[in-house]
Structures are given as C-alpha cells and as structure tokens.
Design a protein around this ligand. Sequence first.
Ligand SMILES: C[S@@+](CC[C@H](N)C(=O)[O-])C[C@H]1O[C@@H](n2cnc3c(N)ncnc32)[C@H](O)[C@@H]1O
Length: 207
Amino acid sequence: MVKALSEHWNSIFIKTEDTKMGWYEKSATQTLELLNLIPEWKKSTLFLAGAGTSMLCDDLAKTEATLVLNDISNEALERTKVRLGEKSKQINWLCQDIAEPVHGLNLKIDIWIDRAVLHFLTAESDIDGYFENLRSLLKVRGYAILAEFSEKGAQKCAGLDVHRYSLQELTTRLGEAFTLITHFEYTYVMPSGDPRPYLYTLYKKEA
Ligand SMILES: C[S@@+](CC[C@H](N)C(=O)[O-])C[C@H]1O[C@@H](n2cnc3c(N)ncnc32)[C@H](O)[C@@H]1O
C-alpha cells in the first residue's frame, strides 16, 4: 500500500514539471506569513511533512533553521536535493509515509509545516497516525502550521480522494494541548486557472 502510494507520487513527479503541478507556488507566501508570527523561527528546527518540490524549501534553506524534509516520494526529494545543491548537505532528509511512526529522527521539532499533505490521508487509521507523529515529535511550546483543502475545496487532487477540513475538525484532532493562534481562508489558483480553497492555520502546543 505504501509502495503503491509512493509509486503514484513518484510517477507524478517524474512526468510533471514543477511549475505545472496543481499545487505549484512560486513563493509560499501564506506559509511564510504564518512562520513570521513565530518568534525566532529562522533559528528553529522545522519539519516538513511532505516537502515535495516546494520552493519553500529554498527559502527555508537560506535561514539558520535546522530542516527536516520528509516526503513519501523519493523522486520529489531527489529533485529538491539537486535544486538546493550544496545547501542540501545540511538538511535532514526522510522518505517516509507520514501516517506511519517516523523512524530515524533524533531531533525534536519546533515547527511542523504541512501544506497539502494531511488532506491526502483518508483512512481514519492514517489520519490518527499522522496526528500521533505530530504530537510526539513536536516540542512543548512548538507550533504547527496546517494548510489543507477547506470544506469548500475540491474532493480530489493528484488523482486521489481527499479529506477536507474545517477549523473545528483540525482543532479537535490536534487535541487539548494545542491552542489556535490564527487562521485564514485562502483560495490558491492552480496553473490551469482552477481555484482551490485552502484553510491555513497556526497552532501552538501548550503542554
Ligand atoms: C500536493 S503535494 C504538496 C507538496 C508541498 N507541500 C507543496 O506545498 O508544494 C503533496 C505532497 O505530499 C506528499 N505525500 C503524499 N502522501 C504522503 C504521505 N502519506 N506521507 C508523506 N508524504 C506524502 C507527496 O509526495 C507530495 O510531495
């Protein structure tokens, strides 16, 4: 199942140019807007749940932050590594299904960042596994940025069904240890011109 999923994503990354991906952003402006609300984020340890080939990686690699870039697709990670060149050597790379317990990471995370990854998990056990990872890897007083298809969003993406989120559902699934700092809705326009409504959220782990 994990193999089939990684092959699905690999085949997308093999056959599609970055700028043609249905989620391509020249600049991850909304994610950076939320990061800029977090004190000292440029010196923190950041975990990207599904980094893909996001240009956000380049912006983060220019800071003093310690980066952990995860993705289920080794093709996406390889492409990002090549683009980052020398800087890629300072990055912690992981190629894992984020619904499964994360292995081989000896770091605790200050900031968990997810744009358009969680919403691809549709089985309840996978969603639970994702939130288990988030809760266990994130330090107390750490932050989570979750940007997912909103309830107004599309029902499919990249040929897969998605699970769309309300603010209430994200808050409930994170649990009582998390406080909502801020949130906003943002409609991303795909390279094809189609609108994709997202819900952007920033939470703090208080305990
Ligand atoms: C829509 S893309 C978003 C990529 C990136 N976050 C961005 O904003 O450009 C979804 C990414 O999540 C990865 N992904 C999908 N399911 C995953 C899983 N179960 N575990 C880890 N990564 C996954 C895909 O390979 C892909 O890179």
